[in-house]
Design a protein around this ligand. Structure first.
Ligand code: ADP
Length: 334
């Protein structure tokens, strides 16, 4: 299996008056792990379904490798989809579930069974081959669903919130397995999620969507460290969006410095006066909530050692400062 490049060119989806996806351009390199990230209703699943061919494109083109697949039916695109609800056939054993699409293609029983066993081995489910889905845990069903999606040897695997039905412990375990498998297989993954931690953990390319457009696409570090818009800064979390005379900036909560302000001490440089609102011990750091004028509610994360050296209490006045390199200017339009 080998991953293809995926390219969306001005892809648009309209449902009557609603524009679910608005002329998006995106390029995902072959073999990359891409996460479409954003809040509910931002157009992630619609985008995924258009790539799969389960939803017609209103405008624009979907290119896979050298082919324009915009008007091809799903089975002819070289894509496979893994759904949130595993949608395994309840009356078929694991191995028959995995072999199902080869049966539909008229491949003989022996060949399709052998191939299905190979895929079950890949997802460490060989001992469960003859079980029915109801006799498996959620995580095991997930693995079978993955094997079933991979048996058609897709160039691109499309995953719609594949981990959201799992409990938090299993989700983190499956997440690591997905990533390992993707690197091992070398095929392109496009994974829809509304969890920024999931996207950061998995993706080579994070695509942050909002109201049918792409606000920012980049590596997890690029998107987290240098958010381009206030939406991205807020959605990724861990940032303060601050109004300064030149406009709006984002500064990571762990990059704010606090110094006690006593009496009429003058502020230096870009420092802002603020009042401590609350102090929360979080283990490896202390989270300090601050009020800095009407428009700015800030959060600073201070290391435990730094906090112990300079303890603060609600009501204390402080100067909030940051170094220029940590201030990322935000634009209003993507
Ligand atoms: P997400 O996956 O990010 O939660 P969706 O792609 O499902 O978002 O939906 C994007 C927008 O398109 C939403 O406003 C949603 O209500 C609308 N939408 C999705 N599917 C349909 C449909 N079949 N008919 C009408 N509107 C739809």
């Amino acid at each position: 299996m080998k991953g293809s490049t995926l390219e969306l060119v001005k892809v648009t989806k309209r449902y009557g008056q609603t524009t679910a996806v608005d002329a998006i351009d995106l390029k995902v390199e072959g073999g990359a792990y891409c996460c479409l990230l954003g809040p509910s209703g931002c157009g992630k699943s619609t985008t995924l379904r258009m790539i799969a061919g389960h939803e017609a494109v209103t405008d624009g083109d979907v290119l896979l490798g050298p082919h324009n697949v915009t008007d091809l039916p799903p089975a002819q695109r070289g894509t496979a989809m893994m759904f949130q609800s595993y949608a395994l056939f309840p009356h078929l054993t694991c191995v028959d579930n995995v072999a199902f699409s080869l049966k539909m293609r008229g491949i003989d029983k022996e060949t399709r069974r052998a191939k299905a066993m190979e895929l079950l081995d890949l997802v460490a489910m060989t001992p469960y081959a003859e079980r029915l889905p109801a006799q498996l845990s959620g995580g095991q069903q997930q693995r079978v669903a993955l094997a079933r999606a991979l048996i058609t040897e897709p160039q691109i695997l499309l995953l719609d919130e594949p981990l959201s039905a799992l409990d938090p412990f299993l989700r983190i375990k499956m997440r690591a397995e997905l990533k390992r498998l993707q690197k091992e297989l070398g095929i392109t993954f496009v994974h829809v999620t509304h969890g920024q931690d999931e996207a950061m953990a998995l993706a080579d390319l994070v695509v942050v969507m909002n109201q049918g457009i792409i606000e920012q696409a980049g590596t997890p570090r690029e998107v987290f460290n240098a958010p381009r818009t206030a939406f991205v800064a807020r959605f990724m979390g861990g940032h303060n969006v601050i109004d300064v005379p030149q406009g709006q900036i984002a500064v990571r909560a762990d990059r704010l410095s606090l110094t006690p302000l006593e009496g009429a001490t003058a502020l230096v440089g870009s420092a802002m006066p603020a009042v401590v609102r609350d102090v929360e011990y979080q283990g490896s750091f202390v989270q300090v909530g601050l009020e800095a004028g009407q428009a700015n509610e800030l959060a600073a994360q201070i290391s435990e050692a730094a906090f112990d050296a300079m303890p603060l209490q609600p009501g204390d006045r402080v100067a909030v400062s940051w170094v220029e390199a940590d201030a990322h200017r935000l634009s209003t339009v993507a």
